[in-house]
Design a protein around this ligand. Structure first.
Ligand code: SAH
Length: 410
């Protein structure tokens, strides 16, 4: 599948000295629009069949309840949970603590297969793996596993497709197929843990971690808008942080939720008792450009989104990140860096850091990443204004596994 995205360089008008202003425009693919001509936003998932219920959809208490309904002893819930969340297995052969008779049926009832691996792509150094999964209804999603010194990060998908229609992101171009279930989200992590345990992720582990390695960080930066699938994403977060064997026993701070800026959902997230790391995909500090670049900006403006991010920090004490894909001549002007810094500093100091991301090409795209000097200048302006800024090391470009490149085609 190719969805060429283009900017019309011919329409570029010089501003900011001799720096042109390229405007976002779709060419070669059609951005879906409403009757009023606005880019279509799909907040609700099409009403399609959800996958069968899986143990990871349920809390420990609900698992015990379900077992009771199946005529089994509730304490089996803990045993089954240990197999899944601590040993990452759904193989009845390995569940010798369960009575042999009825074991297979029990496993079938609690662990219906959710993800079928279609393809696995690996970078040359083996440090990054992109998985393509087929879901029960044929929908395709991807996750990306990355080894860094001292941590292993999995970038998970939360929806098949995405309804946010951002013209520079490959995922948005095909629209939203459906929300993923809680267990479909969780199972991406458990599957990745299995791959790591089998020694299939390259790179070197610290000696003390050999044999005990697993995913340490999860970022909701795969396919989908996590806050548009709020309930299921939050249940998945619970499975990640709940102590074993109820869940994976991970630390909330190592889980990042990234959003285009669904303001009411950000406020709800701040009221949860799980202080995850929060990231806002801003990409422009001015409404004029952001309205075109991030269609949801027509609903919630730059200042409302930044206010919600600031309140997230105030509520949780967790420093938030602002993501900013640097696109040549479109959003990379020094005046935009100054405006961004001003808007962030207006709210306070020390509550935020900025994560510029060199734009990754999407299929057929002529949008390009900013020139290195321009990138450096942008970062320099922010730093000079006292905003901690780190350029994101984007991984997996050669396997189309980097930010914005997940399109899940066979
Ligand atoms: N829907 C969520 C999470 C998925 S995207 C969100 O938008 O935040 C994760 C990050 O990748 C977002 O910051 C997104 O804006 C960014 N991104 C999308 N397309 C990109 C591209 N082509 N190059 C670089 N980053 C991109």
């Amino acid at each position: 599948m190719t969805f060429p995205t283009r900017t019309q360089n011919s329409s570029a008008t010089p501003v900011d000295g001799d720096r042109p202003q390229v405007r976002p425009a779709a060419e070669g693919w059609e951005q879906q629009r409403t009757a009023e001509g606005r880019p279509l936003l799909q907040f609700a998932s099409p009403r399609v069949k959800q996958p069968p219920q899986h143990l990871a959809d349920l809390s420990l208490a609900e698992r015990a309840e379900k077992l009771k309904e199946l005529g089994l002893q509730p304490f089996r819930a803990k045993q089954l949970s240990t197999h899944y969340f601590q040993h990452w297995t759904t193989d009845p052969e390995r569940m010798s603590d369960l009575p042999k008779s009825g074991r297979e049926e029990l496993v079938e009832a609690m662990f219906p297969p959710l993800l079928t691996e279609v393809r696995r792509l690996r970078t040359d150094d083996g440090n990054t793996i992109k998985f393509l999964w087929r879901l029960f209804d044929g929908a395709l999603v991807e996750s990306v596993l990355m080894r860094y010194p001292g941590r292993i990060t999995l970038c998970v998908s939360s929806q098949a497709g995405c309804g946010m229609n951002c013209p520079f992101c490959a995922t948005g171009q095909a629209g939203l197929t459906r929300n993923m279930s809680t267990a479909e989200i969780v199972d991406q992590v458990v599957a990745a843990n299995r791959v790591i345990a089998a020694g299939e992720l390259g790179g070197t582990a610290h000696a003390k971690e050999m044999g005990t390695e697993r995913v340490t960080n999860i970022v909701f930066m795969g396919m989908g808008e996590p806050l548009a699938n709020y309930k299921r994403v939050m249940a998945a977060v619970h499975r990640f942080v709940d102590p074993a064997p109820e869940g994976l026993g991970m630390s909330a701070r190592n889980i990042t939720i990234s959003t285009v800026g669904l303001v009411p959902a950000i406020r709800k997230l701040a009221d949860e008792d799980v202080p995850v790391t929060f990231a806002l995909s801003l990409h422009a500090p001015d409404d004029e450009l952001r309205d075109e670049l991030i269609p949801v900006n027509n609903r919630w403006k730059v200042d409302e989104a930044i206010d919600a991010a600031y309140d997230y920090f105030r509520r949780t004490g967790r420093r938030v990140s602002i993501e900013y894909a640097l696109i040549k001549d479109m959003n990379d002007h020094p005046w935009r860096a100054s405006l961004l810094a001003k808007k962030l500093n207006q709210r306070g100091r020390g509550w935020v850091h900025v994560n510029p991301i060199p734009l990754n090409p999407t299929p057929g795209s002529i949008w390009t990443a900013s020139e290195p000097e321009v990138q450096d200048e942008f970062v320099g302006v922010l730093r000079a204004a006292g905003i901690p800024t780190t350029l994101r090391d984007t991984r997996g470009k050669e396997i189309d596994g980097a930010c914005g490149q997940l399109a899940a085609a066979e």
